[in-house]
Design a protein around this ligand. Structure first.
Ligand code: BJ8
Length: 427
């Protein structure tokens, strides 16, 4: 425990199952120890990430909950998806946090609400809620869901019985009509968050919120650029955690830390210092998002001697590659700019979604990837479907490609490791 503060009391006050939560923290702490703290040649500045991981369920929650009782942030808004614009939430005086969905918890209880053959991410958030072990879910005043995949859309009907929810309707095609429809959704979200916080969005607060989110994205872009080097200055595991942290940590503080990581990585590149040896097999990841603590695939790749140099996914480049214009003159103009930026996120719920394939091939080239690993969480039909054309695009580009389907359990890890080792040897 970082200080004398009584976190058990805080978790109890939030209505959590404190004993079960202790068990969860023990398991995640061990995973962090085995996967992260055994890495060699990490940039010193990644110690910030160790602090984020250590404080994820304790110090960070305390900071937000204490802040709320003092009126800043006014409310805690939970989300499960990249389509929920953080700028809007911030501008209305609230804080947006990603909710726990990256591990299996209380599956039997979850199966009282969703079918057994449901994507692990969905089953995960149902289990975390029913088991009362996620302080983000328990401290959230409102959860903003989105009609994206069928699984989430229907699971939210169940989740809303357990927690106050507001649902955004995300279009599934991109055209002039849906552009207007999505703008309407983003304006409606702004009104709903204003109602929740009792604070009006102003030109000034929205402009500042856009800049805050863009600064974080610019810092992540800088860090990502350094990963084109050989040897690569930072591991995929640390890069993944940096983006995962962006969904939970204080934005301004994290941006400062990412810029320090980028400074150090740029220096490492100039000096030829790597987190992996020069010539290590370079992998571009694409596929479903990896919520904390879903680190297993990157851990397997990197422990097998490969190195992940980029992530085309929602816990990767999709989070930071596009900025919101900073020259909007009015609230409406800025909200429209935000809408348009978010509508461009290349999620497989869209049809067609060719931009994702273009991004994967572009990133593989820019980051000098030796191979692409495209992974879907089991039962995620839309990403599984896109894998067919993704493979074709990789073949046409002459880049070795492998598709995997995985879940959160460790059961198939042996087989996964064998397949990944074989792929790394082959490329
Ligand atoms: S914008 S990827 S975060 S929807 S893995 S729950 S799609 S069945 S998470 Fe996603 Fe938003 Fe898209 Fe990104 Fe469904 Fe697939 Fe499960 Fe998924």
């Amino acid at each position: 425990m970082a200080d004398e503060y009584d976190y058990h009391k805080m978790w109890g006050d939030l209505g959590m199952d404190v004993e079960a939560h202790d068990g969860l923290l023990g398991v995640v702490g061990e995973m962090y120890q085995t996967m992260y703290l055994t890495q060699e040649n990490r940039p010193a500045s990644t110690s910030y990430l160790d602090g984020v991981a250590a404080n994820l369920h304790s110090g960070r929650i305390r900071e937000m909950v204490d802040g709320r009782s003092e009126g800043s942030p006014k409310k805690i808004i939970g989300s499960f998806c990249l389509y929920v614009p953080e700028e809007v939430v911030t501008a209305a005086g609230a804080v947006e946090v990603g909710l726990c969905a990256g591990a299996e918890w209380a599956p039997e209880e979850a199966e009282r609400y969703v079918p057994r053959n449901t994507c692990p991410l969905i089953k995960g958030f149902m289990g975390f809620k029913l088991g009362r072990v996620c302080p983000y879910i328990e401290s959230a005043d409102l959860v903003v869901g989105e009609n994206t995949c069928d699984g989430k859309k229907k699971a939210y009907e169940q989740f809303s019985k357990l927690k106050p929810m507001y649902i955004m309707d995300v279009p599934h095609v991109r055209n002039e009509d849906t552009k207007l429809q999505w703008r309407h959704e983003v304006h409606a979200l702004a009104a709903r968050i204003e109602e929740e916080t009792g604070q009006k969005i102003t030109e000034e607060s929205l402009r500042a919120a856009i800049k805050l989110a863009n600064d974080k994205r610019r810092a992540l872009q800088r860090l990502s650029d350094t990963r084109a080097a050989d040897p690569v200055p930072i591991s995929g595991l640390d890069s993944l955690l940096t983006v995962q942290a962006a969904f939970m940590d204080d934005s301004a503080r994290l941006t400062g830390a990412i810029n320090e990581m980028a400074d150090e990585c740029e220096k490492r590149v100039a000096e030829g210092v790597g987190a992996a040896p020069k010539g290590a097999k370079r992998i571009l990841y694409t596929g479903t998002p990896m919520a904390v603590p879903n680190w297993k695939l990157f851990n397997i790749i990197e422990k097998a001697g490969g190195v992940v140099v980029g992530e085309e996914c929602c816990t990767g480049s999709r989070y930071y590659k596009d900025l919101v214009p900073e020259d909007g003159a009015t609230i409406d103009e800025m909200l429209d700019d935000i809408s348009d930026r978010y509508l461009n996120i290349q999620c497989a719920i869209f049809t067609p979604n060719n931009g994702r394939r273009d991004d994967v091939i572009r990133m593989a080239r820019e980051l000098h990837a030796d191979g692409i690993i495209d992974a879907s969480l089991s039962f995620c039909t839309i990403y599984e479907m896109e894998a067919f054309d993704m493979e074709k695009a990789a073949q046409e580009a002459g880049i070795p490609y492998m598709h995997l389907s995985t879940d959160y359990s460790a059961e198939g890890d042996g087989q996964l490791t064998t397949r990944i080792q074989a792929f790394l040897e082959m490329i």
